[in-house]
Ligand binder design. Structure first.
Ligand code: NAD
Ligand code: UGA
Length: 458
């Protein structure tokens, strides 16, 4: 079959994989190839055991793989054959040199740009799918225009807004798709080509066009705003605990104001995930570079409140368990940074587990999807941490349970049975406010939730 267009995606991770699966399924006349330097990952994409867990992903892969969707490690061939190249490599926080701890590490992105330049022998559109500092497209154009060949490599920004755990639905029914380009004739032509892809399934009113800098900056700003709402509600959760106000009632009352809206107001042990912290710190770094110290400080406080919330959770556990957890078994229910994913990057659970181990607790970790990643995250703590898929077994002989991920299954456990198997007094710290606290208290548990008055028997 002759395909209308050849699309390549460099980077087969949480974004590149699902996004290309969706494009392949909605655009059967396009040939979509996803490449990665990680051979193991590509092998898994070509198997029945996909490298990421995402509800609905398996079915879509089965429908498209080896028809118009292909996973490969041959990056150079992929570049040569492609008309449009999405770049979805990781852009983590820099850990070295200037900007360490804040700036985005663009080495993977730049390496990819140079690889495109070296292998391209026809004109192509290069799409920034990764989240990048505003004005990265300028730097990329400088690299890509260094070609002596008579070809054009036009850079377009198309940031991704999917959230993990709901990626397939987010991709299929996006609030919006954002496409930014230069406003030159070539830039506008490239923009139109990318619009055409999404127009296969997204209505035109949801495809936003802008200049390339606005697109880059909107992505960082959206993540900063979302994280800011969580830090805002979490900061108020601390005040609730002092005043007997209830954070869920406050969030509901505040969120019913249509100007504020109900989303992203769920108080928690803190936000995790690979992007919120890294993208805000990147925004902070950019502002500092432009001499906008007040703006930088404002956004940095969102991250600081989050770190404080995580610390507060551990301190709360300690002070309520008679100021010591040394030698006590503590079960963590949930290790993923949110439900419906196995991803543990920047999960508050990592910080909580490490904090408890520092206090000499014996930590048992349970999670339906994230134990493999949890083992990797805590591999240096082997002696003090064990892993147990079955939450009933994980809770046996423990002094306390901390709920760290809002998995549905934790709501429906037989907590009478769990209470029976625990050391008394038994504690539950609900870091996600998902349990029926009053019922647990009546069973005999001492219950501590986020932003609520404690329910304790002493
Ligand atoms: P990821 O780590 O899951 O995937 C990135 C992949 O790129 C890895 O598999 C890595 O091996 C590959 N890679 C790195 N350098 C390469 C190279 N030179 N050639 C080929 N492959 C290379 O990361 P992710 O979560 O998919 O995030 C990718 C980008 O998308 C980041 O900029 C992130 O900020 C952004 N983003 C992520 C999410 C999310 O939910 N995870 C959502 C929106 C945007
Ligand atoms: C987030 C954004 O929601 C996406 O739009 C964006 O594309 C993505 O980051 C990215 O750029 O990587 P994600 O991190 O996958 O998506 O998941 P979220 O649903 O945003 O949750 C992030 C963290 O905030 C989780 O730890 C979650 O438990 C926490 N959270 C979320 C709360 O504590 N309270 C809330 O009300 C909402």
């Amino acid at each position: 079959m002759d395909f209308e267009k050849n699309i390549l995606c460099i980077g087969a991770g949480y974004v590149g994989g699902p996004t290309m699966v969706m494009i392949a399924s909605k655009c059967p006349r396009y040939r979509v190839v996803v490449v990665d330097i990680n051979q193991e990952k590509i092998r898994d994409w070509n198997s029945d055991n996909l490298p990421i867990y995402e509800p609905g992903l398996d079915d879509l892969v089965k429908k498209t793989r080896d028809k118009n969707l292909f996973f490969s490690t041959d990056i150079e061939k992929g570049i040569k054959e492609a008309d449009i190249i999405f770049v979805s490599v990781n852009t983590p926080t820099k850990t070295f040199g200037q900007g360490a701890g804040k700036a985005a590490d663009l080495q993977y992105w730049e390496r990819t740009a140079r690889q495109i330049l070296a292998n391209a022998d026809s004109s192509k559109i290069i799409v920034e799918k990764s989240t990048l500092p505003v004005r990265t497209a300028k730097a990329m154009e400088r690299i890509l225009n260094g070609s002596p060949k008579e070809i054009s490599l036009e850079v377009v920004s198309n940031p991704e807004f999917l959230a993990e755990g709901t990626a397939i639905n987010d991709l299929e029914n996006p609030d919006r798709v954002l496409i930014g380009s230069r406003e030159t004739p070539e830039g506008m032509r490239a923009r139109k080509e990318i619009v055409e892809i999404y127009a296969h399934w997204v209505t035109r009113d949801r495809i936003i066009e802008s200049n390339v800098w606005s697109a880059e900056l909107s992505k960082l700003t959206a993540n900063a705003f979302l994280a800011q709402r969580i830090s805002s509600i979490n900061s108020i959760s601390a005040l609730c605990e002092k005043t007997e106000a209830d954070i869920d009632e406050v969030a509901y009352a505040v969120g019913t104001d249509s100007r504020i809206g109900p989303y992203f107001l769920k108080a928690s042990v803190g936000f995790g995930g690979s992007c919120f912290k890294k993208d805000i710190l990147n925004l902070v770094y950019i502002c500092q570079n432009y001499g906008l110290e007040e703006v930088a400080d404002y956004w940095e406080s969102v991250v600081k409140i989050n770190e404080w919330q995580e610390r507060r959770f551990i301190n709360n556990m300690l002070s309520n368990m008679f100021d010591t957890v040394a030698g006590k078994r503590v079960a963590l229910f949930g290790f993923a940074f949110k439900a419906n994913t196995g991803d543990t990057r920047e999960s508050p659970a990592i910080y909580i587990a490490r904090g408890l181990v520092e206090e000499y607790a014996q930590v048992v970790i349970s999670d339906p999807r994230a134990l493999e990643n949890a083992r990797k995250d805590l591999k240096d703590l082997k002696e003090r941490v064990t892993f147990e898929m079955d939450p009933y077994k994980a809770a046996e002989g423990t002094h306390s349970i901390a709920i760290l991920t809002e998995w549905e299954l934790y709501k429906d456990l037989d907590y009478e049975r769990i209470h029976e198997s625990m050391v008394r007094p038994a504690f539950i710290f609900d870091g996600r406010n998902i349990l029926d606290h009053k019922r647990l208290f009546e069973m005999g548990f001492n219950v501590f939730a986020i932003g609520k008055a404690p329910l304790k028997h002493f």
